[in-house]
Design a protein around this ligand. Structure first.
Ligand SMILES: *Cc1c(COP(=O)(O)O)cnc(C)c1O
Length: 362
């Protein structure tokens, strides 16, 4: 079966000597490898204020704390995402407020978001779902107009672009996940990309109990309780080797996605996605809408190809019961939404086969 997701790991000749060296170096905690990784990851996304963490969820949690989210606050978000996006909002104590999506992208609809803003709204959580980028032109102006910060959940969108710049420096807070199945993995890990030195310094303390690692332990003074969210030298070493390959790995997702954009046009029963103005997706998954999704998934499975909806709409969880509201555009989108494999593991024959199977009908 061609899987829908698959972790990329560098060739053992490259990875294992570096891993062995760090494992027996006597320093496996947060140290020089972590700082080197942050620097190099920061140059990849062209944002030097990038702070590494032990998960994307930790990055979301710290972003929400930096915003100052408290119980009673509201954060506008989407049901179309992996659960951590919205679980993190609950962890910070806020109420999740769902907004509806654009019918031809599945991403949050700026006008729906605007209609959900109240005096309690403290942040807008934008998920660049499956590597497609939200309408940042519109969201940047909403953010300015209401003075409400944007948090970008770019766990699916490493290497995607807005205005020709890598995702990671548009909003005051952008999070990336380096979990097993994302574009790039450190086995587990995350990055929070920021826009202010003050946030950066505060985030560094929040990831390590509230202590400032740059100061000697005996001179430290904790003023805000922090977490144990930092990355360690072992994961950072994997990350440093991964960064040698990340550009070409991400490019293979993009090449495959663009291939499907061209090859799946004008097939009866298939509707392709529109990409928002000034954005370039990084196609973590290939997303489209199909008639008779069950039949479509079955037909592809019979041909050795995994297709799936992958995520459960988040409003199905009891945790979010208080947020229930009607989302008519999303309901229609979700009935027909399906993902196709799109990553580095597809050969040219694989992607030709996927197109042919779909063209043959289901
Ligand atoms: C994977 C993921 C996260 C969380 O990342 P972890 O590194 O697994 O904690 C957050 N948001 C989305 C959309 C994700 O897919």
């Amino acid at each position: 079966m061609i899987p829908i997701v698959k972790p990329y790991l560098p060739p053992p000749d490259d990875l294992m000597p570096a891993l062995e060296e760090i494992l027996y170096s006597g320093y496996i905690a947060e140290g020089e490898k972590v700082y080197e990784f942050e620097k190099k990851f920061g140059s990849y996304i062209e944002n030097p204020l990038s702070i590494s963490l032990n998960s994307g969820t930790a990055a979301l949690h710290i972003a929400l704390l930096l915003v100052g989210i408290k119980p009673g606050d509201e954060v506008i978000s989407t049901v179309l995402t992996a659960e951590p996006t919205n679980v993190a909002i609950k962890l910070a104590g806020a109420k999740v407020v769902w907004a509806d999506v654009q019918k031809d992208t599945g991403l949050l609809d700026p006008e729906s978001v605007r209609s959900k803003i109240t005096s309690k709204t403290k942040a807008i959580m934008l998920v660049h779902y499956a590597g497609m980028v939200c309408d940042l032109d519109a969201f940047n102006s909403i953010s300015k107009e209401y003075n409400i910060p944007i948090i970008e959940d770019a766990a699916h969108a490493l290497g995607a672009r807005y205005n020709e710049m890598p995702i990671g420096s548009n909003a005051p807070y952008t999070i990336f996940s380096l979990q097993a199945i994302k574009h790039m993995t450190t086995v587990d890990g995350g990055v929070l990309a920021l826009k202010s030195q003050a946030h950066y310094d505060q985030a560094r303390r929040l990831r390590w109990f509230g202590l400032d690692k740059k100061k000697p332990r005996l001179e430290n003074d904790i003023t805000q309780a922090g977490y144990k969210y930092h990355m360690n030298n072992v994961n950072a070493t994997i990350g440093l080797i991964q960064l040698r390959y990340v550009q070409s790995i991400v490019q293979s997702y993009i090449d495959n996605g663009q291939f499907f954009d061209k090859s799946l046009q004008e097939i009866a029963g298939v509707e392709l996605m529109r990409y928002n103005h000034n954005t370039r997706p990084s196609y973590w998954l290939y997303t489209c809408l199909v008639e008779n999704r069950t039949g479509f998934i079955r037909k592809l499975a019979e041909s050795g190809i995994t297709a799936s909806e992958l995520h459960l709409r988040n409003d199905r969880h009891s945790l979010f019961a208080e947020s229930t509201c009607s989302l008519p555009i999303f309901d229609e989108f979700y009935k027909r939404m399906v993902h196709l494999p799109c990553g580095w593991w597809l050969s040219n024959e694989d992607r030709d086969k996927i197109v042919q199977v779909i063209k043959n009908g289901w």
